[in-house]
Ligand binder design. Structure first.
Ligand code: F6R
Length: 244
C-alpha cells in the first residue's frame, strides 16, 4: 500500500486527479470505477478542469459506479445517478452509453446485480477504482459484519452509515435503508485502487486501517491490505492519528 499524505483537501483532490488523468492518457479506454459522497467531489472538479483546460479526453472511458441507494430513481437529487451527472458526467465528454450505475429502482434486483458484474467482466474488469471510506470502514456499501459478499448485491445500511449520510437529506428518516453495491470481490479485482480519506472524522478509521496490519470483516477496507496496487491519499487531518 502506498500512502500519500496531502497537505489539505485541494492537494488530495489534485493528486487523485493526476493519477486518474495519467491512467487515462496511458489507456484512453480506461475502465474507471467511481465513488460518490463528499470525498471525491474535489477530484471530479479537478478532472472537469483538466477536460476544459487541457483537453483530457473521456470519449472512450468506461465508468462503473460502486453503488446506488435502493428505491431512489435517477432523477431524485439524492440518488447517486443524479450526483454523478451533476458533479461530473455532464461536464465532460464521457459517452452516456459508457456510464454504468446500479439501478436503484430495479424490481429484479438479483438480475440487475448479475448483469452489472457481467458487464464489468465483459470490459475486462476495472482498471482503476476510486474509493472513499466510511467512518466504519465500509467501501462501496460493503458494511462491517460477519461476512462480506464478493459480488454486486443488495445490502442493508448500518445505523452508522444512515446517520453519517443523513447530512445529505432533509431528515434521517429520508435516508434509504438499503443500497445496491459492488461486492468486495469486484473491488479487489480492480487492477489499481486509489482510496481517499479527508478530514478529522476519518482519522480513527485510517489509523485502524494503516496501523493494525490485520484483515477483518469488521473493517471491510482492511481487505485492501491484501491488494497489490493500492494508493491511499489522506489529508493531514485524516492522517492525524497515524502512529507510523
Ligand atoms: C460512495 C461510497 C461510500 C463512500 C463513503 C464515504 O459511493 O461507496 O463508500 O465513499 O461512505 O463517504 P464520504 O466521502 O461522503 O465521507
Amino acid at each position: 500500500m502506498d500512502l500519500i499524505i496531502a497537505k489539505d483537501y485541494l492537494d488530495l483532490s489534485r493528486r487523485a486527479c493526476r493519477i486518474i488523468a495519467s491512467e487515462i492518457k496511458k489507456k484512453p479506454d480506461l475502465v474507471l470505477g467511481l465513488a460518490t459522497g463528499s470525498t471525491p467531489l474535489g477530484t471530479y472538479q479537478e478532472l472537469v478542469r483538466l477536460y476544459r483546460e487541457e483537453g483530457l479526453d473521456f470519449s472512450q472511458v468506461v465508468t462503473f459506479n460502486l453503488d446506488e441507494y435502493y428505491g431512489l430513481s435517477k432523477d431524485n437529487p439524492q440518488s447517486y445517478h443524479y450526483y454523478m451527472y451533476e458533479n461530473f458526467f455532464k461536464h465532460v465528454n464521457v459517452k452516456p452509453e459508457n456510464i454504468h450505475i446500479p439501478d436503484g429502482t430495479a424490481t429484479d434486483v438479483e438480475a440487475v446485480c448479475r448483469k452489472y458484474d457481467e458487464e464489468i467482466a465483459r470490459y475486462g474488469g476495472i482498471d482503476l477504482q476510486l474509493l472513499g471510506i466510511g467512518n466504519n470502514g465500509h467501501i462501496g456499501f460493503n458494511e462491517p459484519g460477519d461476512e462480506l459478499l464478493t459480488v454486486t448485491h443488495m445490502t442493508e445500511l448500518t445505523d452508522d452509515t444512515i446517520r453519517a449520510n443523513s447530512r445529505f437529506f432533509n431528515s434521517i428518516d429520508e435516508v434509504p435503508r438499503k443500497a445496491i453495491t459492488m461486492g468486495l470481490g469486484t473491488i479487489m479485482q480492480a487492477k489499481k485502487i486509489v482510496l481517499l480519506a479527508s478530514g478529522k472524522n476519518k482519522a480513527g478509521i485510517m489509523a485502524e486501517l494503516l496501523d493494525e496490519n490485520a484483515v477483518s470483516t469488521k473493517n471491510p477496507a482492511s481487505f485492501l491490505l491484501l491488494h497489490k496496487d493500492v494508493t491511499v491519499i489522506v489529508d493531514e487531518e485524516a492522517a492525524s492519528l497515524l502512529k507510523k
